[in-house]
Design a protein. Structure first.
Length: 435
């Protein structure tokens, strides 16, 4: 099993957004295990975190984008492709500005910058998405397939069909993703636009700072005032975009992906379906497995007792980084007597309390904190998304963000089936159990 990775040293980049032309500053920082890839908009009064995951994908023409609350991250695909090629799992990407720098329209600047940071192995296993069943998504004449694969990495094939445009034609490219393959064959492949499309975009106020020497603008005779870096540079860049879009899954993917004429929208639909399928499979596996901690062992760790012990069993523990617990919600719960007798709904504050108890069980896995009690201090970014009712099985997920000798922070999610019902960022003070 591969270990998670981050970068050893920080790095900075500046440049103009490819579409907006606005200045942007980017700082790459190492991140703790299980952090994932997180953009942080520093140009707000309070910094806003935007995690790379399917839930934060928003639709744009000709590019990808992420959003959390008021913060938007525009055109992250070239940066994410470089991160994927370097097999980086955990990274904080601080930004001033909404759109990442476009540079020459390729992923090369991101790739070389992160490569110079060196890679740091981390004490946590990688949690890839393994394609175990075929998935096909089509729209008109466009299609994309996710297929099981014998290898332990990502295999890609892109069939780009521009047969009606003589300046591009039909191009096909296949590869197995690796750092070496990406460096030699993909990183320098630039984004391209047809001459008629370029005129339309600039008339709409997009890319007005760019000329044919800055980006590949292709007429029927080929690039205008520019030259291809490879005869099939266009399809290579389509592969770069596909890699960046696949990394929106929030986890690396093991399997084979075959695309025909797809763009960002169809790529992202595949990502969402892949993640949904994987989460369902993992959920079924975890529930059918023998609990790692049953109620007797939980009572030895948590001081809570009836009617306030809100964790029934622990089904997954990943070191000191992540835990998944179960709370079976029945009509016999005491709180349903008053909330509400005619239409019983689990109070949102008790869902958050259950997440806090799951976090306490996570902290107890670290020897340093054995014998300590996690006392809830603050609750941030709390969102109650759906009602929890009798008969539901509440899955409580806590991921450690920062753990110190006397303080800790967890990013928590509560789910029923495949649906997120609550989210919260919880901070704790760790005190001696006798206090």
């Amino acid at each position: 099993m591969k270990q998670q990775k981050t970068i050893k040293t920080e790095a900075r980049l500046n440049g103009k957004g490819l579409f907006s032309g606005k200045d942007a500053k980017v700082v790459f920082r190492p991140a703790e295990p299980e952090t994932g890839l997180v953009f942080v908009r520093k140009d707000f009064e309070e910094p806003v975190r935007v995690k790379v995951c399917p839930d934060n994908i928003v639709q744009r023409d000709r590019r990808s984008a992420l959003q959390s609350g008021p913060a938007v991250i525009e055109t992250p695909e070239h940066c994410l492709a470089a991160i994927y090629a370097l097999d980086i799992d955990n990274l904080i990407i601080e930004m001033e500005g909404a759109e990442l720098p476009g540079f020459d329209g390729s992923s090369d600047e991101y790739f070389r910058t992160l490569q110079k940071c060196d890679i740091q192995m981390q004490d946590a296993p990688q949690r890839p998405i393994r394609i175990t069943e075929s998935i096909c998504i089509t729209e008109g004449d466009k299609s994309i397939y996710a297929l099981p694969h014998q290898g332990n990495g990502l295999s890609l094939t892109y069939d780009m069909d521009y047969t009606q445009h003589t300046g591009v034609g039909r191009q096909i490219y296949s590869c197995d993703l690796s750092e070496t393959t990406y460096a030699q064959n993909l990183a320098r492949a630039r984004t391209f636009v047809l001459e008629a499309e370029a005129r339309q975009m600039q008339a709409a106020g997009l890319g007005t700072h760019l000329g044919p020497k800055d980006i590949l603008v292709i007429s029927s005779d080929g690039p205008i005032k520019n030259t291809f870096r490879w005869p099939d540079e266009c399809v290579r860049h389509k592969v770069v975009d596909l890699i960046g879009d696949l990394r929106l899954a929030g986890r690396p993917i093991i399997g084979r992906v075959v695309a025909y004429k797809t763009g960002h929208s169809l790529n992202q639909k595949l990502v969402k379906q892949l993640v949904e399928t994987t989460l369902r499979h993992e959920h079924r596996q975890a529930l059918s497995a023998k609990p790692l901690l049953d109620i007797k062992r939980i009572q030895k760790i948590l001081p809570h007792r009836y009617p306030f012990l809100l964790v029934d069993k622990v089904i997954e523990i990943e070191g000191s980084h992540r835990i998944r617990c179960v709370k079976n919600v029945t009509f016999n719960e005491q709180f349903f007597q008053g909330h509400f007798p005619s239409s019983p709904v689990m109070p949102g504050v008790l869902i958050v309390e259950a997440l806090a108890q799951a976090s306490g069980l996570l902290f107890a896995q670290t020897l340093e904190h054995t014998g300590k009690l996690a006392v809830l201090l603050t609750m941030d970014a709390v969102k109650i998304r759906k009602s929890v009712v009798p008969g539901d099985q509440l899955i409580l997920i806590a991921e450690a963000d920062k753990v110190r000798s006397r303080a800790a922070k967890c990013n928590c999610t509560a789910m029923v089936g495949d649906e997120v019902v609550a989210e919260a960022q919880l901070k704790f003070m760790l005190v001696d159990d006798e206090v």
